[in-house]
Design a protein around this ligand. Structure first.
Ligand code: NAP
Length: 488
């Protein structure tokens, strides 16, 4: 791996706890492989309870000093961290592609998007003002201020390591919290490269810690420790539910960014070229392994054929391969289990009557590659209608009325992203109100930004990342009542 990097010290096979690079106490390790070819990239420490407790205590010890700094002082570190990311963009992109599989262009875009959370929150923390609340009783004044929660723990998934971690850590540190990150076992090197840059820009020891290893053991310590005051988790709904329950006894603040089952609704008045381009970018980015990618295409019956033709044209233009190759536009899935899951959903759909327009099986490249797939005849009784696909499969069904489209869209336990293609502004307003999702993209699917609140409802989770809301997730409101203010 490090032969491919210009700056080899960005490849860090150790955890960062209390400012020191360390291994598991028993020296055990976990393997990290390249999903494009199955080759071993390296090992990272297989930490467990003891190391997790050490990380929690280190973050707790660092909290007093860090939270006492001014927002400007904390912000200066975050600005420097962002600049260090920009300065190392190419190496970070190669590292991300090697461990995650996405094409280099997508890796670069993800890293820049992730980096954008640092300056946003560095500046936003300067504007978190309290209030003097209008008096409710003579002789008193009521005041509020926002204080950091304390130690914040983040457990992150493999699909966007370079944006998920900044999304959580930038607001946490800006607010005055200290952070512990447990990255996904499949993609720890991106997190550890971010840690290397944090050390370089002088972020004080204990303020940002990264611990790799046994998810259950580390998660148990993080969720049960009374010193950890916040858990921010991004990952699957079953694991999110479990972690939220584990946090119950210590009553810590919890944010959960969980799975999705996004409807992508195309009305008969939509600009179909624009809708198809939007669908391609949304559905096949990261080989369909995004929480906000369209899971169910609902297309008005009068434009179904025209939309499917355009989507097919887009799919034929995809170039599947190793993400490091310049002409690759779609990489592999993360592992063999992901390929088996996607294939099982496609088979189930076909058995229940879906028509295969293209794709529909593991790719001839072998390994973790799957063919970009287009199915029509999607029905609610198919697994693919209910379950997160997390793969490059576009499944399309038709509808006849707006009411039917809304009912189909809402027929899911999830509520993360939704999409609508239409030129009718009155309909846009009705759909924004009618769709039970945390986010709706109207004629545009690029939802995530540092400036806007990203998150879901129902089985897609709690809390928001990005925007003003994302900062307050790491703060609590303190209230003071001043009495005895009657005039002498
Ligand atoms: P996952 O299996 O839930 O894993 C996510 C993280 O949780 C990983 O770091 C994993 O560690 C850890 N983990 C697993 N079991 C745990 C346990 N018992 N205790 C503590 N930690 C545990 O999800 P994934 O497959 O990595 O990611 C895909 C899922 O994430 C999809 O459902 C996707 O929709 C969702 N996602 C949501 C958003 C959003 O913003 N809503 C964004 C991206 C992804 P190991 O890797 O070491 O097992």
């Amino acid at each position: 791996m490090h032969r491919i990097l210009q700056d080899k010290s960005l490849f860090r096979p150790h955890c960062l706890i209390n400012g020191l690079w360390c291994d598991a106490a028993d020296k055990s390790v976990i393997e990290v492989t390249n999903p494009a070819n199955g080759k071993l990239l390296g090992h990272v420490p297989n930490c467990g309870e003891a190391e997790a407790r050490h990380a929690v205590e280190s973050a707790h010890a660092a909290f007093e000093v860090w939270q006492a700094k001014s927002p400007q002082e904390r912000g200066a570190y975050l600005h420097a961290w962002e600049q260090a990311i920009h300065a190392n963009l190419e190496d970070l992109a190669r590292l991300l592609t090697l461990e995650e599989g996405k094409p280099l262009a997508e890796a670069r875009a993800e890293i820049l998007q992730g980096a954008s959370y640092f300056p946003w929150y560095a500046e936003e923390a300067r504007r978190v003002s309290g209030e003097v609340v209008p008096t409710f009783r003579h002789g008193t004044q009521a005041l509020t201020r926002h204080a950091p929660l304390g130690v914040a723990a983040a457990i992150t998934p493999w699909n966007f390591p370079m944006s998920m971690i900044p999304r959580k850590v930038a607001p946490a540190l800006a607010a005055g919290c200290t952070a512990i990150v447990k990255p996904a076992g499949a993609t720890p090197y991106s997190a550890l490269a971010l840690a290397e840059l944090a050390v370089r820009v002088g972020i004080p020891a204990g303020v940002f810690n990264v611990i790799t290893g046994n998810a259950g053991a580390i998660g148990a310590v993080i969720t049960s420790s009374p010193l950890v005051r916040k858990l921010s988790f991004t990952g699957s709904t079953p694991v999110g539910r479990k972690l939220a329950a584990q946090c119950g006894p210590t009553l810590k603040r919890v944010s959960l960014e969980l799975g999705g089952n996004a409807p992508f609704i195309v009305f008969d008045d939509a600009d179909l070229d624009q809708a198809a381009a939007m669908a391609m970018g949304n559905k096949f980015r990261n080989a369909g392994q995004t929480c906000i990618c369209a899971n169910r295409f609902l297309v008005h019956k009068d434009v179904l054929d025209a939309f499917v033709r355009r989507l097919l044209h887009g799919i034929r233009g995809l170039h599947v391969g190793d993400g490091l190759k310049a002409d690759t536009t779609m990489g592999p899935l993360i592992d063999a289990g992901a390929v088996a899951h996607v294939d099982a959903l496609v088979r189930d759909a076909q058995e229940k009557g879906a028509c295969r327009v293209t794709g529909g099986q593991p790719h001839s490249l072998g390994g973790n590659f799957y063919e970009p797939t287009l199915l029509t005849g999607l029905r609610p009784e198919m697994r693919i209608f209910r379950e997160e696909i997390f793969g490059p499969v576009a499944a399309v069904m038709s509808f006849e009325s707006e009411e039917e489209a809304i009912a189909l869209a809402n027929d899911t336990e999830y509520g993360l992203a939704s999409y609508v293609c239409t030129r009718d502004m009155a309909r846009v307003w009705r759909l924004w109100q009618g769709l039970h999702f945390g986010m709706v993209g109207i004629n545009d699917a690029a939802l995530a930004s540092a400036e806007t609140p990203f998150g879901g409802v129902k089985g897609s989770g709690l809390g928001r990342e990005g925007g003003r809301e994302g900062l307050l997730e790491y703060m609590e409101t303190h209230y003071a009542l001043l009495g005895g203010l009657t005039q002498a």
